[in-house]
Design a protein. Structure first.
Length: 75
């Protein structure tokens, strides 16, 4: 392996290690599971479930089948 190839390989490895470290650091947590770096989301998402047709409502209950499209949204 030539000196030029060794230099390119060393640079490639250094960049790879730096990218791995950058990707791991934001995920470091303290003992409570909260992220130590950056802003954290303190509130859970609000979820809603909506049904398309076919949908049958009888006696206050909703009945669906395997052909019913179900939408689950989280914001």
């Amino acid at each position: 392996m030539s000196a030029h190839s060794k230099k390119k390989l060393a640079i490639f490895l250094i960049i790879g290690v730096i990218l791995i470290i950058i990707s791991i650091l934001p995920n470091v947590n303290n003992s409570r599971g909260q992220s130590l770096l950056g802003a954290g989301d303190e509130s859970p998402p609000t979820t809603t479930i909506e049904y398309a047709s076919p949908l049958v409502e009888m006696g206050g209950e909703r009945w669906i089948n395997t052909n019913t499209t179900v939408y689950v949204n989280a914001t």
